[in-house]
Design a protein around this ligand. Structure first.
Ligand SMILES: C[S@@+](CC[C@H](N)C(=O)[O-])C[C@H]1O[C@@H](n2cnc3c(N)ncnc32)[C@H](O)[C@@H]1O
Length: 199
């Protein structure tokens, strides 16, 4: 095991629910996440829960360090993410501070990439869905991976906010196998909403 994997396992032993996995994300999962995002479609990519920086690295390789911001709660893991991604901006902080972080960036075409274990964080999930509904423009997206065979977001929660979800990829070689989901604004819903008559 390398230094970053040891740091990750140590973190999992202390905070299993917050860490969400016993080992870091695989390069296979990182590749599926990054390649699911078109290189020219996004001005800013914000990763939540960067851990040791495996997914960060795939994002940096695809978009360049200047477009990627990674947020990680654990200072020790953030150090590992920085080592793996010199030049990328890795911020130590909580995903609940995301709204403030977004104010500092161009969010016209925003990709939020969450590696957070949202299945065990229902309050965080609801708050991030709200943030996504507020900040995602028509071209933005919110990406989340999950080890569950089902969507990581309850349909009633994202539909109420005018979002739609779809599975965009699977990483069979990750341990455990993971799938990648994407939330976007529901354009069909907008199209079906009757225009308010003008006075
Ligand atoms: C499944 S791990 C991500 C693994 C990462 N992709 C890697 O390869 O190392 C989830 C990460 O989310 C972080 N995390 C948990 N709660 C957080 C929060 N509220 N804000 C920011 N990061 C958080 C954990 O410390 C952990 O590093």
């Amino acid at each position: 095991m390398d230094e970053s994997a040891i740091a990750f396992v140590g973190r999992w032993l202390r905070h299993p629910r917050r860490t969400g996995a016993i080992i870091p994300s695989s390069r296979d999962l990182a590749r599926v996440i990054a390649q699911g995002l078109n290189r020219n479609d996004y001005t800013t990519i914000v990763e939540l829960g960067a851990g040791t920086g495996t997914v960060t690295r795939a994002l940096v390789e695809r978009f360049g360090a200047e477009r990627v911001v990674a947020l990680e709660l654990s200072p020790g893991l953030a150090r590992q993410a920085r080592k793996r991604n010199p030049g990328a901006r890795v911020v130590v902080g909580c995903a609940s501070e995301l709204d403030g972080l977004l104010e500092e960036h161009d969010t016209t075409r925003l990709a939020l990439v969450s590696c957070l274990p949202l299945l065990s964080m229902p309050n965080m999930r609801r708050s991030l869905l709200q943030t996504a509904a507020t900040h995602l423009g028509p071209e933005g997206c919110f990406v989340q991976f999950t080890y569950s065979p089902w969507s990581p977001f309850p349909a009633e929660e994202y539909r109420a906010l005018g979002l739609r979800a779809q599975r965009t990829g699977r990483a069979w070689r990750n341990v455990p196998p993971a799938s990648v989901w994407r939330l976007t604004l529901d354009r069909m819903r907008d199209a079906q909403t009757p225009l308010r008559p003008t006075a």
